[in-house]
Design a protein around this ligand. Structure first.
Ligand code: DGY
Length: 373
């Protein structure tokens, strides 16, 4: 059910789920928006959102679980909409080309979820490498009969090779956490070398100096296949697009070490889930930690039966601070477009979390719409 607040606002914004935090509403009210918020716990249907947009709507704050394709964006444009603000950093659910044609600015929420998502990737890595969920189940079900020399042996990370695919903000933050915290060497792959990441890794002291005084290795791998064959842990951080769809398929899984750990906190379709299930069945020593699924929230048949896979319900960015900060950025994106502010060119999105925020749109992904106005 929709609930209207600040009904006399000059602009009209539709918010398709309740958002964490409070200050986002004040930002929209100060920008002159009335807001219609979907109040039910269950997600709205497409028809509910279409109905809320109606014949007059300036802005929508929507979710990564909604498909903002040409018809939906056309509906928004037809109602006079100027901005679609995605409550996520990833925006593979939005047809940005259609939005650009229709004159709708698309925005996202980068920066504030970097550390939360990287921390979740660390948690999945440890849980998978040290078989934490298997241990938890064993204890809860009364199967733990006492300490045993070979009970649930897993992988120690110190000195092992970490392969990061996609060293953007989240991939780089995760890489540094693993290198600094667990003494891993790093190989990374992506469209470009990252000199700042390489410099940061090389300055990272290892712990346990008496064991190993070397600075960690850090190498760029041009070919994904080379990264896969040498890594003990592989973590996936690319945006989902045509070139990353099923990036990890049956053949590439076969290149990986039989006891490797594969982590995915990006988007489910980056892995061919059926191929992963078959691979995990054939290689019980192979482990995986997944926060995202190919056909979310559905799981491919057999995935939930695998004890060598750790499953999380897409909670990468789910820290209280991060989700409240994403709400603020999403609201500032709307306010910025409606108030005709220019796009932000800085990289520190934290400046938008305080009262005296810059008069700019924090993160527009199709800025050409703005420059064309
Ligand atoms: C994003 O923002 O893209 C994340 O997947 C949300 O957790």
């Amino acid at each position: 059910m929709w609930k209207r607040e600040n009904p006399d606002g000059a602009f009209r914004a539709v918010i398709t789920r309740r958002l964490p935090g409070d200050s986002w509403k004040e930002i929209l009210f100060d920008a002159g928006c009335s807001v219609d918020i979907w109040e039910s716990k269950d997600a709205p249907r497409i028809e509910d959102i279409e109905e809320a947009i109606g014949t007059r709507c300036d802005a929508v704050i929507g979710q990564l679980t909604e498909r903002w394709d040409e018809p939906m964006l056309g509906r928004l444009a037809g109602a006079g909409g100027r901005v679609y603000s995605n409550y996520a950093v990833g925006y593979n659910n939005v047809d940005t080309e259609a939005a650009t044609r229709l004159g709708i600015v698309v925005t996202n929420t980068p920066g504030v979820l970097t550390r939360a998502t990287a921390e979740l990737a660390v948690a999945l890595t440890l849980a998978a490498a040290r078989r934490l969920i298997e241990g938890d189940s064993m204890v809860r079900s009364g199967q733990f009969k006492g300490w045993e020399p070979d009970l649930l042996l897993g992988t120690q990370l110190f000195g092992k090779v970490l392969g990061v695919v996609g060293a953007g903000r989240i991939g780089s933050a995760y890489a540094l956490m693993m290198v600094r915290g667990f003494g891993m060497d790093l190989v990374y792959h992506g469209p470009h070398r990252k000199p700042a990441l390489e410099a940061a890794v090389q300055k990272s002291p290892r712990d346990g100096e008496e064991v190993d005084l070397r600075a960690p290795d850090c190498r760029y791998e041009e070919h994904l296949e080379d990264l896969l064959s040498q890594s003990d842990v592989v973590s996936l951080h690319p945006p989902l697009n045509e070139s990353s769809f099923h990036l990890i398929d049956r053949d590439r899984l076969r290149l990986m070490k039989a006891d490797a750990v594969l982590i995915n906190v990006s988007r489910g379709p980056v892995i061919d889930e059926a191929a992963l299930i078959a691979h995990c069945r054939e290689n019980p020593g192979f482990r995986s930690g997944l926060d995202v699924f190919e056909d979310e929230p559905a799981l491919s048949p057999g995935l939930a039966d695998l004890s060598n896979v750790v499953l999380a319900p897409h909670i990468g960015s789910a820290s209280t601070w991060t989700r409240a900060s994403m709400s603020i950025l999403a609201a500032r994106n709307v306010a910025g477009v409606l108030q005709n502010y220019p796009p932000w060119t800085g990289t520190d999105f934290g400046v938008f979390l305080v009262d005296a925020a810059p008069e700019a749109i924090p993160s527009a992904v199709n800025t050409e719409v703005i420059s064309r106005r």
